[in-house]
Design a binder for this molecule. Sequence first.
Ligand code: ATP
Ligand code: MG
Length: 247
Amino acid sequence: MLELEQISKKYKDKLALDQVTLSLENGIYGLLGPNGAGKSTLMNIITGNLKPTAGQVKWDGKEIRSLGADFRSIIGYAPQQQGLYDTFTGRRFLSYMATLKGISKKEMAEEIKRVLSFVNMEEAADRMIGTYSGGMKQRILIAQAILGDPKLIVLDEPTAGLDPKERVRIRERIREFSGDKIILVSPHVVSDIEPIAKEIILIKSGNIMDRDTVEHLCQKYGEAKDLEEVYMEIFGGEEDHASTDIL
Ligand SMILES: Nc1ncnc2c1ncn2[C@@H]1O[C@H](COP(=O)(O)OP(=O)(O)OP(=O)(O)O)[C@@H](O)[C@H]1O
Ligand SMILES: [Mg+2]
């Protein structure tokens, strides 16, 4: 179980997260909100890549920073920005990431094969990442996030740049492993998450506005017929000009 307790994050005088409290159990969650709402900030804090200004993140009751290297093998994270590993082949990049995660030499080849197949990238595995299309780079990024079969998978706009066929394929593969994991996805488009999410978490200006099933959200917000309508009802399609309140 993942628990966020009163998490705040301030960048200089910009309050990006405002006392976010949230607990997640196994299942797929969609994190939805306008540009600048705080989604990536929240994901970076959950994955231990960014230190909150205040508050704690706990995994099974323990503060994640106290777990140290153990936490590395629990999480998989695909950040929104693509890394700069252009001179690595896909396979070399994956073995590098697998080493960082503490996956043993013995298991490595098999594990890399598994994740390459997950993202349908077996054939391009021995090409340099620099020669990949945007969608292929994105898929290698997803592949590294699931290395070692982590219990907590955080995907920040994983399907940005993917063609519709690959988007649907990745969505359906994600659906398959929802049972024994927490999967938090900030979808590129609402339809990437709507059919597979246990719950949707709505975030605006660094505040969690609501969390609920798609069905309940549709009922709550103006009898919306789908999640897209819920989104428009709440956010109106505007960019989020979050407050600059001092903490
Ligand atoms: N390193 C930083 N320094 C200063 N401000 C930042 C920094 N990173 C993010 N912010 C600000 O914090 C707020 C939240 O940003 P964040 O990237 O978390 O939003 P987001 O919901 O992921 O947006 P998007 O949908 O565009 O990816 C924004 O107002 C952003 O400008
Ligand atoms: Mg973001």
